[in-house]
Design a protein around this ligand. Structure first.
Ligand code: HEM
Ligand SMILES: CC(C)=CCC/C(C)=C/CC/C(C)=C/COP(=O)(O)OP(=O)(O)O
Length: 296
């Protein structure tokens, strides 16, 4: 009896299906997209309903990822404890949950924000849950490069929630996350290479080896450092951003070089950890610069 009870799904299992920490960082980028879209303050309704709608749709996409990947998740030690992989949350319940989140999020964006934000969010949901998870992930080592576009969308979604239009500054914010995704993910993929090979997922370290992946992490980090200077160069952000971005880039370039020359097996996950702080820091610096530069 106790075994049955311990297997019963808890609300925390449903929360886990939404990949809450990933979605939380996405929401920071969408909030920054909103704030940078206007010289004034963002309306509380846009801030609350816009981010809630984006979060619900992103959570829905993450839940579909758990459903589609049930088989491979169950075979990899990093993911084998996930609620759908273990059977703790039944597939039908996960599917209903994903549908409710997706329909609820889309309706909220349509009713309280605008159509362009709603449809771009749906496109990101479909891009991650279906194009990336169902197809690209299993098809090509460029899976996360192309699929990264869906995860990079939140600052644009935040921007369109405020302006109703797709503008170049918003696309630059997308480009930052797009260029960040390969060094973010490939560091983890180096660490988990054997597991990906075991389940036949063609991640770059599996298909092209460790050295090639480390080189590509370094090249994308250089591209990322160049792209992140653009907000300053085009006058979108000021000196506070320039200094903050430079410091974060020096840190990431250090990790890229270290990863390329070092053989310490702990370094890939250290670099992965830095990637998350890097993106968080970059968007916080964009935000601080946006509000403080009027004072300078
Ligand atoms: C296609 C694009 C991406 C891929 C393939 C990817 C892959 C991953 C993987 C495999 C993990 C490890 C999860 C785990 O520990 O179980 C992870 C963690 C994480 N990712 Fe990404 N990611 C992508 C895009 C993003 C984006 C766009 C963001 C946010 C803007 C993000 C934020 C995070 C965060 C915060 C974590 C840590 C989660 C935790 O500690 O539980 N990722 N990512
Ligand atoms: C609407 C919107 C903004 C949608 C974006 C949704 C979203 C949550 C994207 C997350 C990207 C991510 C964590 C990819 C890893 O998937 P994986 O399957 O390679 O990694 P895993 O093995 O940890 O599941």
């Amino acid at each position: 009896m106790s075994a049955v009870i311990s297997q019963r799904a808890h609300w925390r299992d449903y929360l886990e299906l939404t990949k809450p920490k990933v979605v939380a960082l996405m929401l920071i980028t969408s909030v920054v997209g909103m704030c940078l879209a206007t010289p004034g303050w963002v309306g509380l309704d846009v801030l609350v309903f816009g981010n809630l709608g984006i979060a619900l749709c992103a959570g829905s996409a993450a839940c579909i990822n758990h459903l589609v990947d049930q088989g491979i998740d169950a075979k990899m030690s990093r993911t084998s404890g996930r609620p759908v992989a273990t059977g703790k949350v039944a597939r039908v319940n996960a599917l209903s949950f994903a549908a409710a989140l997706g329909v609820g999020g889309t309706a909220l964006l349509l009713l309280t924000i605008n159509a362009i934000t709603a449809w771009l969010t749906v496109a990101s949901l479909v891009g991650y849950a279906f194009v990336y998870t169902l197809y690209l992930k299993r098809a090509t080592p460029q899976n996360i490069v192309i699929g990264g576009l869906a995860g990079a969308a939140p600052p644009l979604l935040g921007w369109t929630a405020v302006t109703g239009s797709v503008d170049p500054e918003a696309l630059l914010l997308v480009l930052i996350i797009f260029a960040w995704t390969p060094p973010h993910f490939w560091a983890l993929a180096i660490h988990r290479k054997d597991e990906y090979a075991k389940v036949d997922v063609p991640m770059l370290p599996v298909t092209h080896g460790d050295r090639f992946t480390r080189l590509h992490i370094a090249l994308y980090t250089i591209i990322l450092a160049l792209i992140t200077t653009m907000p300053y160069l085009i006058g979108m952000s000021g000196i506070i951003y320039a200094v903050g971005a430079a410091a974060l880039n020096i840190g990431y370039l250090y990790w890229a070089v270290r990863l390329f020359v070092s053989r310490d097996p702990k370094d890939p996950m250290r670099s992965f950890g830095y990637s998350i702080w890097y993106l968080f820091g970059m968007f916080i610096v964009l935000l601080v610069d946006h509000y403080l530069s009027v004072l300078l």
